[in-house]
Design a protein around this ligand. Structure first.
Ligand code: COD
Ligand code: ATP
Length: 202
Protein backbone atom coordinates (compact mmCIF):
# COMPACT_ATOMS: atom_id res chain seq x y z
CA UNK A 1 0.00 0.00 0.00
CA UNK A 2 1.37 3.35 -1.09
CA UNK A 3 1.81 6.06 1.55
CA UNK A 4 2.12 9.59 0.17
CA UNK A 5 3.42 12.55 2.12
CA UNK A 6 1.64 15.67 0.92
CA UNK A 7 3.39 18.90 1.78
CA UNK A 8 3.96 22.45 0.61
CA UNK A 9 4.16 25.93 2.05
CA UNK A 10 1.43 27.64 4.01
CA UNK A 11 -1.60 28.33 1.79
CA UNK A 12 -0.05 26.47 -1.16
CA UNK A 13 -3.20 24.38 -1.60
CA UNK A 14 -2.58 21.16 0.37
CA UNK A 15 -6.15 21.09 1.72
CA UNK A 16 -7.51 21.58 -1.78
CA UNK A 17 -5.40 18.64 -3.00
CA UNK A 18 -6.14 16.37 -0.04
CA UNK A 19 -9.90 17.07 -0.32
CA UNK A 20 -9.78 15.82 -3.92
CA UNK A 21 -7.78 12.70 -2.95
CA UNK A 22 -10.22 11.96 -0.11
CA UNK A 23 -13.15 12.19 -2.54
CA UNK A 24 -11.40 9.62 -4.74
CA UNK A 25 -11.10 7.22 -1.78
CA UNK A 26 -7.70 7.98 -0.22
CA UNK A 27 -7.50 8.02 3.56
CA UNK A 28 -5.99 11.26 4.81
CA UNK A 29 -3.89 11.57 7.94
CA UNK A 30 -4.06 15.27 8.78
CA UNK A 31 -0.95 16.27 10.76
CA UNK A 32 -2.39 19.71 11.66
CA UNK A 33 -5.46 17.97 13.13
CA UNK A 34 -3.30 15.45 15.04
CA UNK A 35 -1.21 18.33 16.42
CA UNK A 36 -4.40 20.04 17.54
CA UNK A 37 -5.60 16.92 19.41
CA UNK A 38 -2.19 16.41 20.99
CA UNK A 39 -2.22 19.83 22.67
CA UNK A 40 -5.75 19.51 24.12
CA UNK A 41 -6.14 20.86 27.64
CA UNK A 42 -4.37 18.73 30.27
CA UNK A 43 -2.30 16.61 27.84
CA UNK A 44 1.49 16.30 28.41
CA UNK A 45 2.12 18.60 25.40
CA UNK A 46 -0.32 21.19 26.80
CA UNK A 47 1.56 21.08 30.11
CA UNK A 48 4.91 21.60 28.41
CA UNK A 49 3.54 24.50 26.35
CA UNK A 50 2.09 26.22 29.42
CA UNK A 51 5.34 25.64 31.35
CA UNK A 52 7.35 27.36 28.62
CA UNK A 53 5.02 30.04 27.23
CA UNK A 54 2.98 30.77 30.38
CA UNK A 55 -0.75 31.30 30.74
CA UNK A 56 -0.66 34.11 28.13
CA UNK A 57 -1.23 31.37 25.52
CA UNK A 58 -4.39 30.04 27.21
CA UNK A 59 -7.95 31.21 26.67
CA UNK A 60 -10.45 31.65 29.52
CA UNK A 61 -11.35 27.95 29.47
CA UNK A 62 -7.70 26.89 29.74
CA UNK A 63 -7.40 25.72 26.13
CA UNK A 64 -4.46 26.79 23.97
CA UNK A 65 -5.33 30.10 22.31
CA UNK A 66 -4.03 29.20 18.85
CA UNK A 67 -4.20 32.70 17.50
CA UNK A 68 -2.09 33.98 20.39
CA UNK A 69 0.43 31.14 20.17
CA UNK A 70 0.63 31.67 16.39
CA UNK A 71 1.35 35.38 16.91
CA UNK A 72 4.33 34.40 19.06
CA UNK A 73 5.84 31.51 17.13
CA UNK A 74 5.54 32.97 13.63
CA UNK A 75 7.75 35.93 14.62
CA UNK A 76 10.10 34.33 17.15
CA UNK A 77 12.31 31.52 15.76
CA UNK A 78 13.40 30.34 19.24
CA UNK A 79 9.82 30.05 20.44
CA UNK A 80 8.94 28.21 17.23
CA UNK A 81 11.81 25.75 17.71
CA UNK A 82 10.59 25.13 21.26
CA UNK A 83 6.98 24.53 20.19
CA UNK A 84 8.16 22.24 17.39
CA UNK A 85 10.32 20.26 19.84
CA UNK A 86 7.26 19.69 22.04
CA UNK A 87 4.74 18.86 19.33
CA UNK A 88 6.63 17.22 16.44
CA UNK A 89 7.85 14.01 18.16
CA UNK A 90 4.26 13.37 19.26
CA UNK A 91 2.85 14.08 15.79
CA UNK A 92 5.42 11.65 14.33
CA UNK A 93 4.42 8.90 16.81
CA UNK A 94 0.69 9.44 16.20
CA UNK A 95 1.23 9.40 12.42
CA UNK A 96 3.26 6.18 12.58
CA UNK A 97 0.52 4.53 14.67
CA UNK A 98 -2.22 5.63 12.27
CA UNK A 99 -0.24 4.38 9.23
CA UNK A 100 0.19 0.97 10.93
CA UNK A 101 -3.55 0.74 11.63
CA UNK A 102 -4.47 1.71 8.07
CA UNK A 103 -1.97 -0.69 6.50
CA UNK A 104 -3.87 -3.54 8.17
CA UNK A 105 -7.00 -2.49 6.28
CA UNK A 106 -7.16 -3.96 2.76
CA UNK A 107 -9.89 -1.55 1.67
CA UNK A 108 -7.68 1.53 1.75
CA UNK A 109 -6.36 2.29 -1.79
CA UNK A 110 -3.96 5.07 -0.80
CA UNK A 111 -2.79 6.71 2.43
CA UNK A 112 -2.00 10.42 2.32
CA UNK A 113 -0.13 12.11 5.16
CA UNK A 114 -1.09 15.78 4.81
CA UNK A 115 1.65 17.59 6.74
CA UNK A 116 2.77 21.19 6.15
CA UNK A 117 6.05 20.46 7.94
CA UNK A 118 6.61 16.93 6.62
CA UNK A 119 10.18 17.78 5.58
CA UNK A 120 11.07 20.23 8.38
CA UNK A 121 9.83 17.76 11.03
CA UNK A 122 11.79 14.84 9.52
CA UNK A 123 8.74 12.80 8.54
CA UNK A 124 9.81 11.87 5.01
CA UNK A 125 11.00 8.44 6.20
CA UNK A 126 7.41 7.56 7.12
CA UNK A 127 6.17 7.82 3.53
CA UNK A 128 6.94 6.16 0.20
CA UNK A 129 6.63 9.30 -1.92
CA UNK A 130 6.81 13.02 -1.19
CA UNK A 131 4.41 15.23 -3.14
CA UNK A 132 5.04 18.97 -2.93
CA UNK A 133 2.26 21.41 -3.81
CA UNK A 134 3.90 24.38 -5.52
CA UNK A 135 2.79 27.96 -6.13
CA UNK A 136 4.94 31.02 -6.90
CA UNK A 137 5.61 32.90 -3.69
CA UNK A 138 3.72 36.04 -4.80
CA UNK A 139 0.59 33.96 -5.46
CA UNK A 140 1.08 32.14 -2.14
CA UNK A 141 1.30 35.51 -0.40
CA UNK A 142 -1.89 36.79 -2.06
CA UNK A 143 -3.84 33.63 -1.18
CA UNK A 144 -2.56 33.64 2.41
CA UNK A 145 -3.39 37.32 3.02
CA UNK A 146 -6.85 36.82 1.52
CA UNK A 147 -7.68 33.56 3.33
CA UNK A 148 -6.36 34.47 6.80
CA UNK A 149 -7.00 38.22 6.61
CA UNK A 150 -3.32 38.96 7.33
CA UNK A 151 -1.29 42.04 6.52
CA UNK A 152 1.50 41.61 3.98
CA UNK A 153 4.06 41.79 6.79
CA UNK A 154 2.35 39.09 8.87
CA UNK A 155 1.91 36.83 5.85
CA UNK A 156 5.57 37.19 4.82
CA UNK A 157 6.68 36.24 8.36
CA UNK A 158 4.58 33.07 8.16
CA UNK A 159 5.99 32.13 4.77
CA UNK A 160 9.54 32.76 6.03
CA UNK A 161 8.95 30.55 9.08
CA UNK A 162 8.97 27.55 6.73
CA UNK A 163 11.55 25.93 4.45
CA UNK A 164 11.71 27.79 1.11
CA UNK A 165 9.88 26.11 -1.77
CA UNK A 166 13.08 25.59 -3.82
CA UNK A 167 14.52 23.53 -0.96
CA UNK A 168 11.28 21.57 -0.51
CA UNK A 169 11.31 20.73 -4.21
CA UNK A 170 14.63 18.90 -3.82
CA UNK A 171 12.74 16.32 -1.71
CA UNK A 172 9.84 15.98 -4.13
CA UNK A 173 9.05 12.76 -5.95
CA UNK A 174 6.20 14.66 -7.57
CA UNK A 175 5.45 18.36 -7.84
CA UNK A 176 1.82 19.43 -7.98
CA UNK A 177 1.62 22.77 -9.72
CA UNK A 178 -1.21 24.72 -8.10
CA UNK A 179 -0.41 28.04 -9.77
CA UNK A 180 -3.35 27.87 -12.16
CA UNK A 181 -7.05 27.60 -11.40
CA UNK A 182 -8.45 24.99 -9.01
CA UNK A 183 -10.01 23.26 -12.05
CA UNK A 184 -6.57 22.97 -13.69
CA UNK A 185 -5.12 21.45 -10.52
CA UNK A 186 -7.98 18.96 -10.31
CA UNK A 187 -7.21 17.87 -13.88
CA UNK A 188 -3.55 17.29 -12.93
CA UNK A 189 -4.71 15.25 -9.93
CA UNK A 190 -7.15 13.27 -12.01
CA UNK A 191 -4.33 12.12 -14.29
CA UNK A 192 -2.09 11.42 -11.30
CA UNK A 193 -4.79 9.37 -9.58
CA UNK A 194 -5.32 7.19 -12.65
CA UNK A 195 -1.56 6.61 -12.94
CA UNK A 196 -1.14 5.74 -9.26
CA UNK A 197 -4.14 3.51 -8.81
CA UNK A 198 -3.27 1.78 -12.08
CA UNK A 199 0.33 1.25 -10.88
CA UNK A 200 -0.69 -0.11 -7.49
CA UNK A 201 -3.13 -2.58 -9.14
CA UNK A 202 -0.36 -4.05 -11.33
C1 COD B 1 1.05 27.78 15.57
C2 COD B 1 -0.36 27.26 15.79
C3 COD B 1 -0.77 27.40 17.23
C4 COD B 1 -1.31 28.12 14.91
O1 COD B 1 -2.59 27.55 14.95
P1 COD B 1 -3.72 27.98 13.87
O2 COD B 1 -4.98 27.24 14.22
O3 COD B 1 -3.77 29.47 13.79
O4 COD B 1 -3.17 27.48 12.46
P2 COD B 1 -3.09 25.98 11.88
O5 COD B 1 -2.77 24.99 12.93
O6 COD B 1 -4.30 25.74 11.05
O7 COD B 1 -1.79 26.10 10.95
C5 COD B 1 -1.85 26.89 9.76
C6 COD B 1 -0.56 26.71 9.00
O8 COD B 1 0.53 27.32 9.67
C7 COD B 1 1.73 26.66 9.34
N1 COD B 1 2.40 26.23 10.61
C8 COD B 1 1.85 25.67 11.70
N2 COD B 1 2.77 25.44 12.64
C9 COD B 1 3.94 25.86 12.12
C10 COD B 1 5.28 25.87 12.62
N3 COD B 1 5.56 25.38 13.82
N4 COD B 1 6.24 26.37 11.81
C11 COD B 1 5.97 26.86 10.58
N5 COD B 1 4.71 26.87 10.06
C12 COD B 1 3.73 26.37 10.82
C13 COD B 1 1.32 25.44 8.51
O9 COD B 1 1.47 25.73 7.14
C14 COD B 1 -0.13 25.26 8.84
O10 COD B 1 -0.85 24.59 7.84
C15 COD B 1 -0.48 25.77 15.34
O11 COD B 1 -0.29 25.68 13.95
C16 COD B 1 0.51 24.86 16.05
O12 COD B 1 0.27 24.45 17.16
N6 COD B 1 1.62 24.52 15.33
C17 COD B 1 2.60 23.62 15.84
C18 COD B 1 2.26 22.22 15.43
C19 COD B 1 2.76 21.91 14.05
O13 COD B 1 3.96 22.00 13.80
N7 COD B 1 1.84 21.49 13.16
C20 COD B 1 2.21 20.99 11.87
C21 COD B 1 2.40 19.51 11.97
S1 COD B 1 3.34 18.88 10.59
N1 ATP C 1 -5.61 26.94 -7.66
C1 ATP C 1 -6.10 27.86 -6.83
N2 ATP C 1 -6.51 29.07 -7.30
C2 ATP C 1 -6.99 30.03 -6.48
N3 ATP C 1 -7.11 29.87 -5.14
C3 ATP C 1 -6.72 28.70 -4.61
C4 ATP C 1 -6.21 27.64 -5.41
N4 ATP C 1 -5.90 26.59 -4.60
C5 ATP C 1 -6.21 26.98 -3.34
N5 ATP C 1 -6.70 28.23 -3.34
C6 ATP C 1 -7.12 29.04 -2.18
O1 ATP C 1 -5.91 29.39 -1.51
C7 ATP C 1 -6.06 29.29 -0.10
C8 ATP C 1 -5.05 28.28 0.44
O2 ATP C 1 -5.40 26.96 0.02
P1 ATP C 1 -5.45 25.75 1.07
O3 ATP C 1 -6.23 26.16 2.27
O4 ATP C 1 -5.88 24.54 0.32
O5 ATP C 1 -3.90 25.70 1.42
P2 ATP C 1 -3.11 24.80 2.49
O6 ATP C 1 -1.81 24.49 1.86
O7 ATP C 1 -3.96 23.67 2.93
O8 ATP C 1 -2.91 25.84 3.68
P3 ATP C 1 -2.26 25.60 5.17
O9 ATP C 1 -0.80 25.47 5.00
O10 ATP C 1 -2.58 26.83 5.90
O11 ATP C 1 -2.89 24.38 5.74
C9 ATP C 1 -7.52 28.91 0.16
O12 ATP C 1 -8.27 30.06 0.40
C10 ATP C 1 -7.93 28.24 -1.16
O13 ATP C 1 -9.32 28.37 -1.40
Amino acid sequence: MLVIGLTGGIASGKSTVSRYLRERGAVIIDADALAKELVARGTPAWQEIVAFFGSQVLDEAGNIDRKRLGQIIFVDPQARTKLNSIVHPKVIEATKKRIRELKDNDNVPLIVVDAPLLIEAGMTDLVDEVWVVAVPVQEQLNRLMFRDKLSQEEAIKRIHSQMPLEEKLTYADRIIDNSGSVEETLEILDALWKEIVHDTEK
